[in-house]
Design a protein around this ligand. Structure first.
Ligand code: PLP
Length: 444
């Protein structure tokens, strides 16, 4: 028996022994085509030589220096690069070790900003149902995934949740997109007024909802409306781009496509592309200036923050993304994968919706298309899809609870940006077989 506590305590996953490009290999030599970048992490694929070389160089020069004593060249260079490429004046950077830490950091930075602005009565965050912001307690409280939250409910801060932007399920027949968007914004404004407009610190959302709802993009104008409400009520707009950021949706930041500048942006996953554990918060200059001119310190910190090797890896990842034009590749390959999926699954009896942006794509599974009825949750179709795909040497990222945390299943696809057309074709063909296997297994 393994001494390692795995995610599933009854199953031992295969032992990964190597990786290169689009493939991972287990210790028996079986190859797995990585169509999800793990969980939308490995945007450059595996074993990219430029990133490996940068990590080796940095490990030899300086593996660690505590950020309470020193800064380091790679951390400074990464921050400068992120600041230069970020939208608007998002030019201050806090480096941490992953997405949940980035969200916790954003929450505390936002709260301290309120306190130091003389608005200590602001103590509430508003977020959305069917969102995921991480597994630490603050991030879990913010998230709207009922299944993940339930066992820990007594430990979670109170966060009012409003509806996500989930057209496939929630836009009524005959309702225009503009009317649907206006209704969502009205619901958000009602939530702000109910909480007390001078008590709300900020609103947090993923630009494109990732793991919990399966690549759900916003409707046009939604985030412009959200930004306007945040400005109206003096709230901060906190955007979670842990999954959808760093090129995945065809722009470096997904929020660029919405034409708004948030106050804080959380990054993770694709920032280090799996080569090192790293996350970040980008903040607008005025937020950090308020603390600098006030108490002079951000009351936060982690032992491994701004880790030199992690920063060197993330910097090398950014260099590869720019040098190999991978943001454009994500847009182009994303369009190609979308049309391949539509061709393969557009008339599939158990595929209700195919959606997403760039190389963050989702397929929502249904028992029958017309009524959008999901499979019974007890059948665990999503788990069967994962198992059948792995058996066929394909990694995809399926999840259950798509609709409300309990009902619904989807498959998330988030392949590396280096995927070729031949890789995309192979992904779709293996997925079609795996889906047939999985449906057969749960309806047997
Ligand atoms: N935010 C989003 C949108 C995510 O998808 C995730 C992870 O899936 C997180 C935050 C948490 O990141 P991590 O797992 O690195 O803590």
């Amino acid at each position: 028996m393994s001494h390692l506590i795995h995610r599933n305590l009854r199953q031992q996953p295969p032992l990964a022994a190597g990786a290169g490009g689009m493939y991972l290999y287990d210790r028996d030599g079986k190859a797995y085509l990585d169509a999800s970048g793990g969980a939308a992490v490995s945007s450059l694929g595996h074993a990219h030589p430029h990133v490996l070389a940068a990590m080796h160089r940095q490990t030899d020069a300086l593996a660690y220096a505590h950020s309470g004593f020193f800064s380091s060249a790679p951390a400074e260079a990464l921050a400068a690069r992120l600041a230069a490429d970020a939208p608007g004046d998002l030019d201050r950077v806090y480096l941490v070790s992953g997405g949940s830490e980035a969200i916790e950091t954003a929450l505390k930075l936002a709260r301290q900003y309120a306190v130091e602005s003389g608005q200590g009565e602001r103590g509430v965050f508003i977020a959305r149902r069917q969102s995921y912001h991480g597994n630490t307690l603050g991030a879990l409280a913010l998230g709207g995934n009922e299944w993940r939250r339930r066992p820990f409910a007594p430990l979670l801060i109170d966060v009012p949740h409003v509806a996500p932007c989930y057209e496939y399920r929630d836009r009524a027949p005959g309702q225009s997109r503009a009317d649907y968007t206006a209704a969502l914004l009205a619901e958000l404004e009602d939530a702000i007024l109910a909480a007390g407009p001078d008590r709300v610190i900020g609103f947090c959302a993923e630009t494109v909802v990732g793991a919990t709802a399966g690549a759900v993009p916003p409707t046009p104008g939604y985030f412009k409306g959200v930004r306007a409400l945040c400005d109206k009520y003096g709230m901060l707009l906190i955007i979670d781009e842990v999954m959808c950021g760093m090129g995945r949706t065809g722009s470096l930041y997904a929020i660029e496509q919405e034409g708004v500048v948030p106050d804080l942006v959380a990054l993770g996953k694709g920032l280090g592309a799996g080569y090192q554990p790293i996350g970040a918060v980008l903040a607008r200059g005025h937020v950090v200036a308020r603390l600098r001119e006030g108490s002079g310190a951000f009351q936060h910190g982690h032992t491994y923050m701004a880790h030199p090797v992690a920063a060197a890896a993330a910097l090398a990842v950014q260099e590869v993304i720019a040098g190999e034009h991978l943001v454009d590749a994500a847009a182009l390959r994303g369009a190609s994968l979308m049309s391949r999926l539509r061709e393969a699954f557009g008339a599939h009896p158990h595929v209700g919706d195919i959606r997403g942006r760039g190389l963050l794509l989702g397929i929502e599974l249904v028992r029958e298309r017309d009524g959008k009825e999901p499979f019974a949750p007890e059948r665990r179709l999503h788990a069967a899809v994962k198992e059948c795909a792995m058996a066929r040497g394909l990694m995809v990222y399926p999840m259950g609870g798509t609709i409300d945390g309990r009902r619904g299943d989807h498959i998330l696809l988030a392949p590396p940006f280096i995927a070729s057309e031949a890789d995309l074709s192979e992904i779709v063909s293996r997925l079609a077989d795996a889906l047939d296997d999985a449906v057969a297994a749960v309806t047997r």
